[in-house]
Design a protein. Structure first.
Length: 330
């Protein structure tokens, strides 16, 4: 017995056996803390994949290529289309994660997603996704053009069908994801009434297929021999086939871009240098640099590759500068 305990007994009298027994018991575990008010909102934002929003920058591709990007009307319309496509993509992510919650819990990394981890209840994810899926096309019909509203509706229908069944069909799953990128590139041109070049569409489509198939190839390589894959088709695709697809897509994208760059159109070249033709070098270097990560099987997250690789970012900036000079005819 310590001195402090003796002093306590002298002041308060001897302790009863029941009191001594209670003091020897371990403390009761505290009840779990209630989630903070911002936890649910933060989980919804994380489920909407903010890192994936960079894909929606494709809406400026057609106006930029046509040199119609820097008017106040164009910037306002493109900002709106970007926000609406982001809302549509968020709706698809929310509904997809709600459907795949059980499968995601078996995945080594996807089990940390808010819906799979229980941070966002499945009914809440469905409700938020459904609301965005209704509001985005309605807003597009009100504030932009009917063609943009129709495109967003088609995008939502295709992506939701992908979540339900199309992602289980060989090759079709690649085509659906690729078409989603192509729709983003088309949206900006439709919003501003810009005719879309056939070479622009071919380059964008096969460039997207290159990145999508490289991502699938990387996932197949990383998940080889491991359980818990949420993409059932990864067990049906062979790595050899996926390698063939991304190599084919890269070749077609390069060829289409070169034909696009060499197509002078009706106006003769008057700039200091043939910037459009020179931009082929930067485009080909970007494809070759990205192919390094695809070949290693580390292109599972395209936005991570693009944002983290300094050499690829530098090549992209050089290409952007060259194409900008070509559009400005400097």
């Amino acid at each position: 017995m310590t001195n402090g305990t003796r002093h306590e007994e002298a002041a308060n009298g001897p302790r009863s056996p029941e009191t001594a027994l209670l003091e020897q018991r371990p403390p009761r575990p505290r009840p779990p803390e209630q989630p903070r008010e911002g936890t649910l909102l933060g989980g919804l934002v994380r489920t909407a994949r903010p890192k994936q929003w960079v894909k929606n920058i494709l809406v400026v591709a057609a106006p930029a290529a046509a040199g119609q990007l820097f008017s106040r009307h164009a910037l306002g319309q493109l900002a709106l289309v970007f926000a609406l496509f982001t809302a549509c993509a968020a709706a698809v992510y929310l509904i997809n994660d709600a459907r795949d919650a059980d499968a995601d819990r078996a995945h080594p990394t996807k089990r940390h997603r808010p819906v799979a981890a229980g941070q966002v209840p499945v009914p809440v994810a469905y409700a938020a996704g459904g609301s965005l899926a209704v509001l985005a096309p309605a807003t597009a019909a009100w504030l932009t053009s009917p063609s943009v509203a129709a495109l967003l509706t088609a995008y939502l229908g295709m992506q939701l069908a992908y979540c339900v069944s199309l992602k289980h069909i060989l090759v079709v799953d690649l085509a659906v994801v690729t078409t989603g990128f192509l729709m983003r590139a088309m949206a900006g041109g439709l919003a501003l009434g810009i005719p879309l070049s056939r070479w622009f569409l071919i380059t964008t489509g096969f460039g997207a297929l290159f990145m999508v198939s490289a991502k699938r190839y990387s996932e197949a390589v990383q998940m080889a021999g491991k359980g818990g894959a949420t993409r059932a088709l990864l067990t049906e695709y062979t790595t050899g086939y996926l390698r063939f697809v991304w190599q084919l897509a890269a070749g077609v994208a390069v060829l289409a871009y070169c034909l696009w760059a060499l197509e002078e159109g009706g106006d003769p070249h008057t700039g200091l240098l043939p910037w459009r033709q020179l931009s082929m070098v930067a485009f080909i270097l970007a494809i070759l640099r990205y192919a390094v990560f695809a070949d290693r099987g580390t292109a599972g997250e395209p936005e991570e590759v693009v944002l983290r690789d300094r050499a690829l970012a530098l090549i992209g900036l050089v290409w952007l500068a060259m194409y900008g000079l070509a559009v400005a005819d400097w």
